[in-house]
Design a protein around this ligand. Structure first.
Ligand SMILES: *Cc1c(COP(=O)(O)O)cnc(C)c1O
Length: 431
């Protein structure tokens, strides 16, 4: 690409295109991508190691021949048809796989078009279920969700309402967001039994006080992602299940980030079964936007008993055939690979490589879970200087708040992981 064309693209972008959480009037710089293959991106004309897997999604890397072919083959048949009153083989095929690979009671599948919409649908299911069961006797009904601090569930309004109050800027949205009930953030993954018990007591107490108005519990299981990259012990999931059962609440696991092996489990839901499961991000191997909400026959029947009798949702691009086709291909590719070994190897490599950073000034914590490595600082980091330093070292990273972190595609090899660790080190040393 010529310098003039590059300049022209970047100039238009700067004037006219919004980027995530970025000012339109004083935008931070964006970099031009001109290619992507395997675990690498071509950024500013130079191939660099991708540390982000395009926000958890590109687990097989870029331009995978099997995924490219799945899209091309489906595009040659048809790219999209409405899902109202029609169905097609790609939707059935991906639905079948999702039912097979998730815990047994999760057998009813809603194909949504993004993660945030999946969370919207999940919360609607929970509320409609409680109505269908006639449990809305209290004046405030059972309309509130119990969650924990530090979560992230998407950017539309209901998901924002269960996102961490600071992260979701609840102060700014007072009067707009529904008020939810927040328990303490789960303890650290290596927490002592005593601190897990303390957390459990606080949560039980909160649930008991609000039980009459609660419809469900929603959390990201095992690892809180965009709310702080915070892994926590599986014991907390069992406690959440108990609390939900004790008070007749539905338990929703938002596995949009954790799903498809990232934590070392195919799904955290294998440890504790939720009533509703949200999947997204890596569902299509990062090729297209698609999400899924799975629930049980019991919940589906409860919803049928509500006044509407149906889940009141139906996006235009529900069950998009291209997205479904590539999702099935991505799931098959994942299951045919030795993904636990790959995820384990990435985790081991990151843990060993990042450990020395712990002693650097300004670093508060270094932690890894599955194929995720995190360096937490004791101060907000410079979101321009850090990625610049990483890029200079040949790595694409997108730090936020006090975190420099990486969750590379599972195809990343030892050489790429060495470069990734060096790039994280360069970013951390940038301040
Ligand atoms: C990314 C994410 C979402 C939102 O998904 P989008 O596709 O960006 O709308 C919801 N929940 C979790 C846990 C996520 O990581």
């Amino acid at each position: 690409m010529t310098v003039a064309l590059t300049e022209d693209l970047l100039a238009f972008d700067r004037e006219h295109l919004w980027h995530p959480y970025t000012s339109m009037t004083e935008p931070t710089p964006v970099r031009l991508v001109t290619g992507a293959r395997g675990g690498e991106l071509e950024v500013d004309g130079r191939w660099v190691v991708d540390g982000m897997a395009s926000w958890w999604s590109a687990i097989h890397g870029y331009r995978h021949p099997v995924l490219d072919a799945a899209i091309a083959e489906q595009a040659a048949r048809f790219s999209h048809v409405m899902f109202g009153g029609l169905t097609h083989e790609p939707a059935v095929a991906v639905g079948r796989r999702l039912v097979e690979i998730t815990p047994e009671p999760l057998e009813r599948v809603f194909l949504a078009d993004s993660g945030s919409v999946a969370v919207e649908v999940a919360l609607k299911m929970v509320l409609q279920y409680q109505r269908g069961c006639g449990r809305t006797d209290h004046p405030s009904g059972r309309t509130r969700m119990l969650t924990v601090l530090g979560g992230y569930h998407g950017d539309t309004f209901h998901p924002m309402s269960v996102t961490d109050p600071d992260g979701g800027m609840h102060a700014m949205w007072r009067g707009v967001l529904p008020g939810q009930v927040f328990g303490p953030r789960p303890p650290a993954y290596d927490a002592s039994p005593a601190s897990i018990a303390e957390w459990a007591d606080a949560l039980r107490d909160l649930a008991a006080r609000h039980a009459h108005e609660l419809a469900g519990i929603v959390v990201e299981p095992l690892l809180q992602g965009a709310g702080g990259m915070w892994p926590y012990p599986p014991a907390c999931l069992r406690i959440l299940r108990e609390v939900a059962d004790e008070h007749g609440l539905l338990l929703v696991f938002d596995e949009i980030a954790t799903g498809f092996g990232r934590t070392g489990h195919l799904f955290a839901s294998e440890l504790v079964t939720p009533d509703v499961l949200c999947l997204g991000k890596a569902l299509t191997g990062g090729y297209l936007t698609l999400a899924a909400v799975l629930t049980t026959d019991r919940v589906a029947r409860g919803i049928s008993g509500s006044e509407a009798g149906v889940v009141m949702h139906g996006p235009t691009f529900m069950g998009n055939p291209l997205a479904c086709a590539v999702a099935s291909a991505s799931i098959d590719l994942l299951l045919a690979s030795d993904w636990p070994a790959r995820v384990g190897a990435i985790g081991t490599h990151l843990a060993a490589g990042l450990a020395p950073l712990r002693s650097l000034p300004g670093v508060r914590d270094v932690r890894t879970i599955g194929a995720v490595g995190v360096v937490q600082h004791d101060h907000p980091i410079d979101v321009v200087a850090h990625p610049d330093a990483a890029l200079a070292a040949g790595v694409w990273l997108r730090p936020f708040r006090d975190l420099v972190y990486a969750m590379p595609p599972y195809v990343a090899g030892a050489g790429e992981l060495d470069r990734l660790v060096a790039g994280i080190g360069a970013a951390v040393r940038a301040g």
